[in-house]
Design a protein around this ligand. Structure first.
Ligand SMILES: C[S@@+](CC[C@H](N)C(=O)[O-])C[C@H]1O[C@@H](n2cnc3c(N)ncnc32)[C@H](O)[C@@H]1O
Ligand code: SF4
Ligand code: SF4
Length: 405
């Protein structure tokens, strides 16, 4: 679970054209007042909190003296801190603070130079300057051995066929610099206008992802987390998997606990479609996943998909028509990626979960767990099923074929 602390809400020094927080900005739901003690109290009220991540908008807009207060407290309490930034403001002073308070940086950038133009800073000149600052910050952090985790969002400005070779060269360079983790974001499309101007077609998305999957096999350090996720899901090794595969309830987003400047607890911003932060509900529900399992695909469901238990309709923030009850609008792309890695596993002699003849047993077990208001990884269910089938075998002395892990 990530505790995302947003002292300044969604205030930012950039105006990325695709930012999913723009709905909140257009609705005027921005503020700049925060109280550090109230935020600390809220953080400590979160069950099993182990650290927090400073988030935004842009977290480095918070005055340095207040960052110092938050990070020194975070260091004392949790021995570590983290933050998710666009990287444009990082300077020597910040680097010293990162070292002093063990701050693990996450940086968002969509590529070098013009490939990052959609992360807009007001004019083309300012945008290119801002991108250069982010690139410099990444280089500097690597030199200091504080390798940032990176987020790269894929869109028409950086991931069409004509961009792929430049992107691959860049990832190779990041790999050589020692970067180990890149999260690829499929663009969440905020409205139809941006869909037309920024979103890749399904085919382009598939092509870009497969190109990066192929590249990954040649890299030394760098891994794209979604490919690791998909490979783990296909063999049901899904403890601590990324939230987007974990039956997220949009009203509780159990993977993300937001804490606003006034201490208010909020959900992950990806579920906020109308610009208003919902208050966090107390009890998660898994109706979306029960409904998706039974609903035919032509009506926005996942019925009869052999990858359902792995994908689960993906992040509700990317649902068709921005309606969380539907499956993700990127269904075709995820299906193609699951199929790609499924084939790869089979060629290595491994039978993925999706090809198990008794997959339905696991599906039924998962549906029962969701119906009871709980949510556990497939791995845990398989362990339970195996235990039960061993007990049944022992008591009846009959052959029961267990699901293979
Ligand atoms: C909203 S930003 C906040 C933190 C910080 N300002 C940053 O840029 O990392 C968090 C991440 O969400 C990504 N993001 C924003 N809008 C998105 C969208 N429509 N689809 C996919 N990712 C998006 C950004 O690229 C960034 O990596
Ligand atoms: S830098 Fe981050 S918060 Fe700011 S506009 Fe871009 S994606 Fe949104
Ligand atoms: S809404 Fe999506 S990104 Fe946010 S916690 Fe849920 S699955 Fe994760």
């Amino acid at each position: 679970m990530a505790v995302e602390v947003r002292p300044l809400g969604i205030q930012c020094n950039l105006a990325c054209r695709y930012c999913y927080q723009n709905a909140q900005r257009s609705a005027g739901n921005t503020y700049n007042a925060y109280d550090i003690d109230t935020m600390k109290d809220s953080i400590l009220k979160i069950r099993n909190v182990k650290r927090f991540i400073l988030f935004g908008g842009e977290p480095l807009l918070v005055p340095k003296s207040d960052l110092e207060k938050l990070w020194s407290w975070g260091f004392e309490k949790f021995k570590t801190n983290s933050m998710q930034s666009n990287g444009t403001l990082i300077n020597d002073e910040f680097i010293e603070m990162f070292k002093k308070y063990n701050v693990k940086p996450g940086i968002s950038i969509d590529g070098p130079g013009k490939l990052n133009d959609i992360r807009w800073a007001g004019t083309l000149k300012k945008t290119r300057e801002a991108t250069q600052k982010t690139e410099n910050a990444i280089k500097r952090l690597c030199e200091e051995k504080m390798y940032p985790g990176m987020i790269v969002t894929l869109h028409k400005g950086n991931a069409r066929k004509k961009h792929l070779s430049a992107m691959c060269q860049w990832f190779q360079k990041l790999d050589q610099m020692g970067i180990t983790s890149v999260r690829l974001h499929v663009l969440e499309v905020p409205n139809e206008k941006l869909r037309n101007s920024l979103a890749l077609s399904i085919q382009e998305n598939i092509e870009a992802h497969l190109c990066f999957a192929e590249l990954e096999t040649k890299l030394k350090h760098l891994k794209f987390d979604i490919f690791q996720d998909i490979k783990r899901l296909l063999v049901a090794k899904d403890h601590n998997i990324t939230c987007t595969w974990s039956s997220c309830d949009p009203y509780t987003t159990s993977a993300v606990d937001g804490v606003e400047g006034n201490g208010q607890r909020t959900n992950c911003g990806r579920e906020n479609k109308d610009g208003i932060d919902n208050r966090k509900s107390g009890t998660p529900g898994y109706e979306r996943y029960q409904a998706l399992y039974h609903t035919p695909q032509e009506y926005g469901g996942c019925k009869d998909c052999r990858f359902f238990l792995m994908c689960k309709g993906q992040c509700p923030g990317t649902a068709i028509d921005q309606d969380w009850r539907n499956k993700t609008e990127h269904c075709e792309m995820w299906f193609a990626l699951f199929e790609h890695f499924e084939k790869e596993l089979i060629s290595k002699g491994v039978t993925p979960i999706s090809q198990q003849p008794n997959l339905y047993l696991l599906e039924n077990a998962m549906l029962n767990i969701w119906a009871s208001g709980s949510n556990i990884p497939m791995q845990a269910i398989l362990e339970q099923l195996e235990q039960t089938s061993n007990q049944e075998m022992e008591s009846s002395n009959q052959e029961v074929e267990p699901l293979k892990n």
